[in-house]
Design a protein around this ligand. Structure first.
Ligand code: ZN
Length: 124
C-alpha cells in the first residue's frame, strides 16, 4: 500500500474514532449516567461493551477502529487478523477498519461465531 493511501485511511479512521468517542461519552453520560470524560479509549470500549443494545455496537466499532489504528502504528495494517494474508485494498477502501481477508470473513461467518450464524439463518 502506498503512503498516500495509508495516510488517507488513517485520517478516515482517526475521524471515525473521534466521532465514536464523542458519541459514546455523551450517550454513556446521558443515557446511563456514567461519567466517562476521563476514560481512555480501552476503558471506554469496555464500558460500552458491558451495556446492551446500540451502545454496545458502537463500542464494538470503536474497538475495531482502534485496533486498526494500532495496527498502523505497528506497521501490520492491512494484514488479516486470522491468517496474516493481505486484505484487498478495495475492502480497506470500503471499510478502513476491516480486520480480515475475504476467506476468513467467510469462514468466520459460517463456522466460528454463533451470533453471526443465528443472523445468517434468521428467516427475516
Ligand atoms: Zn485471513
Amino acid at each position: 500500500m502506498d503512503t498516500k493511501t495509508l495516510a488517507q485511511l488513517r485520517r478516515e479512521l482517526e475521524t471515525e474514532q473521534a466521532e465514536l468517542i464523542a458519541t459514546l461519552t455523551t450517550r454513556l453520560r446521558e443515557d446511563w449516567e456514567r461519567e466517562c470524560d476521563n476514560l481512555n479509549v480501552t476503558d471506554l470500549i469496555k464500558e460500552s461493551q458491558s451495556l446492551p443494545g446500540a451502545i454496545r455496537c458502537l463500542g464494538d466499532r470503536l474497538e475495531k477502529v482502534d485496533a486498526s489504528l494500532c495496527a498502523m502504528d505497528l506497521e501490520i495494517y492491512g494484514l488479516c487478523a486470522d491468517c496474516e494474508s493481505q486484505i484487498p485494498l478495495s475492502d480497506l477502501m470500503q471499510d478502513a477498519a476491516e480486520q480480515r481477508c475475504p476467506q476468513c470473513r467467510t469462514s468466520n461467518y459460517y463456522h466460528h461465531d454463533p451470533a453471526q450464524r443465528r443472523v445468517a439463518t434468521d428467516p427475516h
